[in-house]
Design a protein around this ligand. Structure first.
Ligand SMILES: O=P(O)(O)OC[C@@H](O)[C@@H](O)c1c[nH]c2ccccc12
Length: 254
């Protein structure tokens, strides 16, 4: 596992130790991203609320998540991702809740999920979708957490960066796989990673999302040509003066 990921996960374990268990009433039916993707005739865009990151430091630390989410919706975003990790990304579940209350599009809880209780909490705070990072989980835990999310009707984006992780992810037969273009060992970002992995695995029966390092329309076209159906965009939108215009430009026809 990459050094930074290992560090983040160790810290996560400490946070989780302090969490209690709660009886969760499954009263809310999460929105489906998969259905939206299946009916889309343009590239879908997941806009991310990302205040800071370990590789970039502060990005847009004082952002109002509600106002940012509203701009994303104006641009035609399909999902809003909210980073809720506090220690490394300066996010919170309050950010997630604020976004969920402000908009109607499905909301993705972006965090380093290693325990069922984090999924319970994501559901309680309004998440429709969660992220599971293959590099942070063994096969058994990955499957257990995937099934736990499904028990709430929440969809998972199963995140991979390498060929070996892709092979592990595909064993789950997940509905959605996210290919992270960021190497967590070096923080290097190269969207060619999605192209290379999809050249080999593009025929798999799943929907592929390209994550990280997406900036301009040309990137969206490359990802489309590679076979991705959606883009996960953080930093570019957090730094943009008019994120709604950036989103519009990325929604290229399929
Ligand atoms: O800011 P970028 O380069 O557009 O990247 C967004 C997103 O892909 C990135 O935040 C991300 C992808 N996978 C993650 C897992 C945890 C935290 C963050 C991430």
């Amino acid at each position: 596992m990459a050094a930074i990921l290992e560090e983040i996960i160790s810290y996560k374990r400490i946070e989780i130790e302090a969490m209690g268990t709660q009886e969760i009433i499954k009263s809310r039916r999460p929105a489906s991203f998969k259905k939206r993707l299946e009916n889309a005739d343009t590239m879908s865009v997941i806009g991310e609320v990302k205040r800071a990151s370990p590789s970039k430091g502060d990005i847009n630390i004082d952002i109002d998540p509600k106002a940012q989410a509203e701009k994303y919706v104006k641009g035609g975003v399909d999902v809003i991702s909210v980073l809720t990790d506090r220690n490394y990304f300066k996010g919170s579940l309050r950010d997630l809740e604020a976004v969920k209350c402000a908009v109607d599009v499905p909301v993705l809880n972006k965090d380093f999920i290693i325990d069922e209780r984090q999924i319970d909490r994501a559901y309680l705070y309004g998440a429709d979708i969660i992220l599971l990072i293959v590099a942070a989980l063994d096969d058994e835990t990955l499957k257990r957490l995937y099934d736990h999310a499904a028990s709430y009707g929440m969809e998972c984006i199963v995140e991979v960066h390498t060929k070996a992780e892709m092979e592990r992810a595909l064993k789950l037969e997940p509905e959605i796989i996210g290919i992270n273009n960021r190497d967590l060992k070096t923080f290097e970002v190269d969207i060619a990673n999605t192209e290379q992995l999809l050249e080999e695995f593009g025929d798999a029966d799943t929907i592929f999302i390209a994550e990280s390092g997406i900036r301009i329309e040309e990137d969206a076209r490359r990802m489309k040509d590679a076979g991705a159906r959606a883009l996960l965009v953080g930093e570019t939108l957090m730094r943009a003066e008019h994120p709604e215009q950036v989103i519009e430009s990325l929604k290229v026809a399929l």
